[in-house]
Design a protein around this ligand. Structure first.
Ligand code: GDP
Ligand code: MN
Length: 354
C-alpha cells in the first residue's frame, strides 16, 4: 500500500478526462451535505477548499440537507461563499429521518449497552443512528436530490489538498463509474455484528441481484484482521469511507440496492446495532455493482480526521498533505484496508497505469 500511495500521480491516465479547457456543460450532478446549523464554520472552510481546488472552474450546484430548518444566518453565509453556483437548502421530513415506530425499545436499550461496553462510538446517540440510516436509505430519494444523478458528498471540516482540473462528474459518466472513493478502512466489527448475516438472509431469496463481477473478496476476505472477521460474522469490515464519496444515485435507486436496504431497515439493525452508511454503501456496491465501476480517486488529496489520502503529485499542497501519508498519528495504519482492495479488486492495468 505504501508504494501504491507513493506512486507519482497527476490525473487518472487511462481513462477519458474532460479538462477544464474543454468543459462545456454541467453533468446532472450536485454536491450534497447533511449538516447542522452549528457546523456553519466547518462547512464554510470545506466549501472554500472545494471551490479553490475544483468548483471555481465548473460551478456545480450544492444541496444542503438538515433535519432542522436552516437559519437565515446559515443560508446567507453559505450563499456569500458560492456566488457562482446554484444552491439548494432543504429540510428532511421527520417521517424520513426519525426512528421508525417498529423499533423495540428494549432491544434498542440492550443493544446500546452492549455497544457501549465494547467502546463503539456514538452508540447512545440517537441522531447518529438516524444520520447513518438516512445516508444509507434516504437521501437519494429526497425530492430535491431526485432531480440529480451524480452526487459528491462533503462534510464540515474536511480538507482538500490538490488541484482537480478535470470534470469528475463527466469522468464518472464517460467511464461508466457508479462510485468513487479515496479512503478504504476496516470498521469497528461490533457496530455491524449482524449486517452480513442479514445480508446473506436477503441474498438467499434474491440471488438474481448478485453481480458476478462484484468486489466479493474485498467484502469477505479475512486478510489482516481475523478478530474483526469473527465478530462481524464473515464480513471483512472493509468499507469505503463515505464522508467523501462521488456516486451515481441511480445505483441506490436500483431494485437490487433498494430492496436489500429495505430488508436491512426492517431488521432494526440501524438502532439495535450501529450500522454505518459506509459499510452499507460498501456491501451494496461490492455485491451489486461491477468492480470495474468503482474508482479509487487516488489523485484527490483529502482529509477527514484522523485519515488522509496524500497523492505524490505536484498538484497538491504537500506541506499540508505529505506524499503517501495515510494518517497524522502513529500506529493508525492498521485500519487501512486499501491493500485488500488493491490485491483483489483492481486490475493489473489499474495497478500499473493509473
Ligand atoms: P463522523 O464523521 O462519523 O464522526 O460523523 P459526523 O458527526 O461527521 O456526521 C456525519 C455527517 O452528518 C456530517 O456532515 C454531519 O454534519 C452530519 N450530521 C450528523 N448528525 C446530524 C444531525 O443530527 N443533523 C444534521 N443536520 N446533520 C447531522
Ligand atoms: Mn465526519
Amino acid at each position: 500500500v505504501r508504494s501504491l500511495l507513493a506512486k507519482p500521480i497527476e490525473d487518472p491516465k487511462l481513462l477519458k478526462l474532460v479538462q477544464k479547457e474543454e468543459f462545456k456543460e454541467l453533468e446532472n450532478a450536485t454536491f450534497v451535505s447533511l449538516v447542522r446549523n452549528s457546523e456553519l464554520n466547518g462547512i464554510i472552510k470545506t466549501i472554500k477548499q472545494i471551490e479553490e481546488t475544483f468548483n471555481d472552474k465548473f460551478h456545480y450546484p450544492y444541496t444542503f440537507l438538515n433535519d432542522q430548518p436552516f437559519t437565515e444566518n446559515f443560508k446567507s453565509s453559505i450563499l456569500k461563499e458560492i456566488p457562482g453556483s446554484q444552491v439548494h437548502f432543504a429540510e428532511i421530513s421527520s417521517s424520513e429521518w426519525d426512528k421508525p415506530s417498529f423499533i423495540d425499545e428494549k432491544l434498542e436499550t440492550r443493544g446500546i449497552k452492549e455497544l457501549e461496553e465494547v467502546g463503539v462510538g456514538y452508540a447512545g446517540k440517537l441522531s447518529y443512528h438516524n444520520m447513518c440510516r438516512y445516508y444509507s436509505k434516504g437521501f437519494y430519494n429526497h425530492p430535491i436530490l431526485k432531480e440529480f444523478k451524480y452526487y459528491w458528498r462533503i462534510e464540515p471540516s474536511t480538507n482538500y489538498f490538490c488541484q482537480i482540473d478535470y470534470d469528475v462528474f463527466k469522468f464518472m459518466k464517460d467511464n461508466n463509474k457508479v462510485y468513487g472513493f479515496v479512503l478504504n478502512l476496516y470498521d469497528s466489527p461490533h457496530s455491524v455484528k449482524s449486517l452480513w448475516n442479514e445480508t446473506l438472509r436477503f441474498l438467499k431469496n434474491n440471488t438474481q441481484h448478485i453481480n458476478e463481477n462484484g468486489a466479493h473478496k474485498w467484502i469477505t476476505e479475512n486478510l489482516q484482521n481475523p478478530s474483526n472477521f469473527e465478530i462481524a460474522k464473515g464480513y471483512s469490515t472493509c468499507h469505503f469511507w463515505s464522508n467523501f464519496e462521488i456516486g451515481d444515485m441511480d445505483f441506490y435507486r436500483s431494485e437490487a440496492y433498494s430492496s436489500w436496504v429495505e430488508h436491512l431497515d426492517k431488521t432494526g439493525g440501524f438502532y439495535y446495532e450501529r450500522w454505518g452508511d459506509a459499510p452499507v454503501h460498501s456491501i451494496g456496491l461490492g455485491l451489486f455493482a461491477d468492480k470495474s465501476q468503482i474508482h479509487w480517486f487516488r489523485d484527490i488529496g483529502y482529509e477527514h480526521t484522523p485519515y488522509l489520502n496524500c497523492p505524490n503529485s505536484n498538484k497538491c499542497n504537500t506541506a499540508l498533505c505529505p506524499k503517501g501519508k495515510f494518517s497524522r498519528f502513529n500506529g493508525m495504519d492498521s485500519q487501512n484496508c486499501l491493500a485488500t482492495w488493491a490485491k483483489y479488486e483492481m486490475t493489473d492495468e489499474q495497478l500499473n497505469n493509473y
